[in-house]
Design a protein. Structure first.
Ligand code: TPP
Ligand code: TPP
Ligand code: MG
Ligand code: MG
Lengths: 352, 324, 352, 324
């Protein structure tokens, strides 16, 4: 496929090389592949509840592409991890471990600058602002980007954090993944605001609405926001508008609430399809590359899964990382746990 | 009497109470069209309409705060917090506001609200979904806290909560939604607050528990019976108000006690039960009260939760300890 | 003073009669008088910490003037009560009782539609929204108005409540008393937003900036907002800009942080002086009326104070109004308290 | 050794720690130019400048949340919550986030933050300013909780808290800011966490307390001495970690115990102390542990607070009860 490697840019849409464009599409395909594989694992009972990325690939991959993994931090919500492998291949294994319920699943190994998924909606936003503030105090070059959903914007933490960011001029990018739904709640019941980007007015910071299905548009918007942040001009709120192309999580049944036809219509504008068509038209993509991208993603997933599932969990790892060192009471509890277990493993009363 | 699981009993009770009193309004995240993420509010939206069954924005503090206002306006608010661990987001409204408006206004403004929330582990939920925080809430005067362990009690306590003139936290064991099934009385069924229930008789030792831990205690008691140990099981049903009399009588009768909670050990509600036993029945005690708790760690991830949540084995071991 | 009673309107500034205009000024003078009297009481140790109204008289009295006390509710912060006697003369006695530390000080007797002062900043905002929502569900005619400070707008409750109000189209007026300070924190450190009114964009509701020193302007703005609310057009956020003409509370020393000269400059635009001059110029006010207004306010305060201080507090009123009826444990505690007290009164260890 | 009141000791310690470690950042409401509403941060802004001493917007959750981020960035955050009752606004960030980031990230991301807050009654503050909520926080694993009762300990525990790698809540008794005065060691002075202090000796009964209630216990002990009763006073200093060994030894030595707390009785930390005594020293007990608490009511208004907060008389009465 060396042909495409030498392909020209698809001006005026982007100043990226063909290779770079391919790389974006590959990452999007991989993100969906990884996510779908996890969905199946959940159905097989091998991992817990998970939130598929479907529909958010462009906005996650586009945002990641605008960041500097050596300098910038990402604070995810919970739907983006499969699209963040630009920060390191280990992101995938860690994510699988997270979904398996492995305590180390929240530990993205250094130097990967990714925080654990955030379950408490919007709680990571003030943290992202504080991290950015700290980087500014330490005169570091990087920025912090945090993802959150349309639903998360209703939480006090979003507003308090956004307002803090404005006052502190923290180098942070607040990226709202507006996928039209918060579980079953549509955006119109989430806010009467004109857009989520419009909420930037409450913080006195720039707000930008971008097509979240367009990986290049997202990449550009985040790049601009990053530049402003690094230049000392403070935070940006970006609303990337897309659509959740599936259930909220493995536990959700959208047929209960999504109006008939809406999902099908949204699938017509699947971000992967849109970008694939564009690259095909520009001559930098073809069926062979597609095939290869999928095969590659599957292979990587197989490797990561094997590694993740090979991990044995020690029962008393319960007591680790609560504090730098456990309290005396916890040590007593650890002994109680181990004494009780003997060599019989967990009590597992449900199994009786 | 029909057999129902706990979530069915809750759903049926919401239907009955909304039909009985048109001031009852159900609101929260995903409770309307979707019928609640566990189907607790299934069918209410279709039956009672969008004014009385309302999907709110995703903001727990505003859900509770708005509920306080709704109550003063003369409605009977029944709010759902999707998981009790997200009540932390609303703690200031629950503890500082909802619990105190009657007191702050010397009785002028009152809030007959119920805040429902599932909690507890054992079903491999993501973090924060399983936290047992009842002790933190019990230290906040002005709240009542109901924690049913059976489908029948879920009905009787929920109906009582909705009719109660004060704010009630109604905490539902996630693990029991489908796993707990029993006969539920039809029609009007009210379980008064502050009256514990003896789930199994016995005079050798009493196991005090609430919510899903009652089920664990019950199974432990069945197991102990085979060893010839008669373990009484006392279900507190509401932790505020607390049935001190029932605790005293049980300890006086048995002389030995075990308290089981899912929450972390330190400053969990089991400590209060032990302190109450100390106050009320110290001289009847023949051995220290044994305490079975979650460990002093954040509620753990899926692969570790079986090592954390008290199980039948740990309760049985604690009973043996209490009998020494 | 019958002369002024027949005086004409001061068009085009207002469609109010001379009597009505005088009434507004009298209320402003009374508010400041009551507040100053309380300040002195605190210095004498007769009441606890209090927050003077100085500088906020126009915005409180103006807002109250636009409301219908028989139908509308007010949820105050803590600085407005002395200006809310339009809702009933008993507001004053209750406020003094509140400041004395009398448990009934939060009980504004029916039919007065005022909630107790709110100490937890912004916490009353979602409550006001819920109350308005309930009134709408019950097809009542009224609206809810809540006061809160510039500082309070940084709390999550303000944003969550405002966003809820927008979605529910609740008949509520959110009135921000921007007095330039939150204790020692100036507005510029509170938010980078252009104004507090601009935050309405986050809620998709109208936001209006009004001169909080101008009682007529505030009255008009609130009247417009009330009309919209009653018509079913939902909430309004109003920022009334004024200046805190004194310390935050009796416990505060603004000379530690207010830039020299700023307070003096603000005093040049004291809302009472501004309105007095305007009414004098229109011929509806004079020194005699001023004198009478102050005398009247003092006399009312004396009466209210005497009544408030005549109240004897029962120690075991501690246990009342926690629940509709006390729990068994509380009854035991009540007995413990009374047994312990014997006839000696409170233990008062500090007095030993 | 200079004599200082508690707020002076806190202020001096903040000065020393900021001078020692330039990663220490102090922030919160009114802490910079104004020096804190109780002057705890007086002089820091002038000395260390506006980058390290920062007045934030009025938002407790964001103060704590931003502190978490600051900590990960490599700073040592020292946040002030103006009154502990407003920590309710930040409960989700304190309990769900700050306390758990080390755990959630399996040690990758750690937060050496201190959150300081005054609390407690007796000084006629407005509502919510006086709430004692330590038990609610103690039920949340991942937090350490220091509650000094003397100026010297305020210094030693605050310095230890700032140097501790984990999140610490440092709770300061409002009433003690000026009323508590004692000799404070100059220079480096660290009080390790989890080591209780015997404030007064005695073998007839032990009074266990923390924070300002230690002072009440001490006065009660002085009064009891005149009646010939030797009441030992044990100051827990930190409630998490808890010095279980010191509690056990004291109860073993005395056989009788009283626990004093300012918080409401139900599910207060006194219950945990009693449960711990039950676990550790049951067979040494000659009588039930007596518990002296605030009542189960919201912290009351000024004219009632003297009837609510435990005083010397109530402690003395409890000691007599414990000695029966
Ligand atoms: C504070 C909090 N409240 C409630 C929930 C339960 N919950 C999980 S996901 C979700 C919807 C989130 O919607 P959105 O922010 O739009 O993100 P999306 O899932 O659509 O990507 C809800 C309500 C939660 N996780 N956290
Ligand atoms: C939630 C909360 N946090 C902190 C405080 C402490 N506090 C009392 S008044 C005040 C400043 C309030 O400023 P603003 O809202 O502008 O009202 P103002 O006093 O200026 O009228 C602060 C921080 C509080 N009462 N509530
Ligand atoms: Mg969404
Ligand atoms: Mg202000």
């Amino acid at each position: 496929m060396a042909m495409t490697e030498t392909q020209d840019r698809i001006a005026p849409r982007s100043d990226l090389s063909g290779t770079e464009l391919q790389d974006l599409l590959r990452r999007m395909i991989a993100a969906r592949t990884f996510s779908s594989r996890c969905f199946s694992l959940q159905r097989q009972g091998r991992i817990g509840t998970m939130a598929p990325i479907d529909g958010a690939e462009a906005l996650v991959v586009g945002a990641a592409a605008a960041l500097d993994p050596a300098r910038d931090w990402v604070l995810p919500q919970y739907r983006e991890l499969h699209g963040l492998l630009r920060f390191g291949e280990e992101v995938l294994e860690t994510t699988i471990r997270y979904l398996r319920g492995d305590p180390a699943g929240g530990h993205f190994p250094a130097p990967i600058r990714i925080w654990p998924p955030q379950i408490a909606l919007a709680a990571q936003i003030p943290q992202a602002v504080g991290l950015a503030w700290g980087m500014k105090l330490r005169r570091e070059e990087g920025v912090v980007l945090t993802f959150f959903g349309d639903g998360a914007t209703s939480e006090g933490d979003f507003y308090e954090g956004g307002n803090f960011a404005g006052v502190l001029r923290a180098p942070v990018v607040l990226l709202c993944n507006n996928n039209a739904w918060a579980i079953s709640t549509p955006v119109r019941l989430q806010t009467a605001a004109e857009s989520f980007a419009a909420k930037a007015a409450a913080f006195g910071i720039p707000g930008e609405l971008v097509d979240g299905r367009d990986v290049l548009a997202v990449r550009d918007a985040v790049a601009r926001a990053r530049e402003r942040a690094v230049a000392g001009d403070g935070p940006t709120l970006i609303e990337a508008r897309a659509y959740r192309l599936g259930p909220h999580t493995t536990a959700d049944d959208p047929s209960r609430y999504v109006p008939p036809g809406e999902l099908e219509a949204a699938r017509q504008r699947d971000p992967i399809d849109l970008f694939r068509r564009e690259l095909e038209a520009a001559g930098v993509w073809n069926a062979g590359l597609e095939e290869e991208a999928k095969r590659d993603a599957d292979a990587r997933f197989d490797r990561a899964l094997a590694a993740a599932e090979a991990v044995a969990i020690e029962p008393d790892s319960l007591f680790e990382h609560v504090y730098a060192s456990p309290t005396a009471r916890m040590e007593r509890q650890r002994r109680q746990l181990l004494d009780g277990l003997g060599d019989r493993g967990a009590g597992g009363e449900e199994r009786r | 009497m029909p057999v129902m699981n706990m979530v069915q009993a809750i759903n049926a009770t919401l239907h009955e109470e909304m039909a009985r009193d048109d001031r009852v309004v159900v609101f929260g995240q995903d409770v309307a069209v979707n019928g609640g993420v566990f189907r607790a509010t299934e069918g209410l939206y279709d039956r009672f309409g969008g004014e009385r069954v309302v999907d709110t924005p995703l903001a727990e503090a505003a859900i509770v705060g708005a509920g306080v206002g709704l109550g003063v306006a003369g409605m009977v608010p029944v709010a759902e917090i999707q998981f009790l661990g997200f009540a932390y987001q609303a703690f200031h409204q629950i503890v500082g506001q909802m619990a105190r408006l009657r007191y702050r206004s010397s009785g002028r403004l009152t809030v007959p609200i119920v805040v429902r929330a599932p909690f507890g582990g054992g079903v491999r939920t993501p973090e924060l979904h399983s936290d047992s925080i009842e002790a933190q809430l019990a230290n906040c005067p002005g709240l009542k806290i109901a924690m049913p362990s059976s489908a029948a009690d879920a009905k009787g306590l929920l109906a009582a909560a909705i009719r109660d003139p004060d704010p009630v936290l109604f905490l539902e064991p996630l693990r029991g939604y489908r796993a707990i099934r029993d006969q539920v009385p039809e029609g009007e069924h009210l379980v008064p607050f502050g009256e514990a229930r003896t789930v199994r008789g016995g005079d050798d030792v009493v196991i005090v528990a609430w919510s899903y831990m009652v089920e664990i205690a019950r199974r432990a008691s069945v197991e102990l019976e085979q060893e010839g140990i008669a373990a009484r099981v006392l279900d507190l049903r509401t932790i505020v108000p607390l049935d001190t009399g029932a605790i005293r009588e049980a300890v006086e009768a048995c002389g030995r006690a075990v308290v089981v909670q899912e929450a972390p050990e330190t400053a969990g509600f089991a400590s209060e039960v032990i302190a109450t036993i100390n106050d009320e029945a110290f001289y009847s005690l023949e051995a220290p009260v044994a305490r079975v708790s979650g460990w002093d760690v954040p509620y753990p991830v899926g692969l570790l939760e079986d090592y954390h949540v008290p199980n039948v084995e740990r309760v049985v071991a604690a009973v043996r300890r209490a009998l020494q």
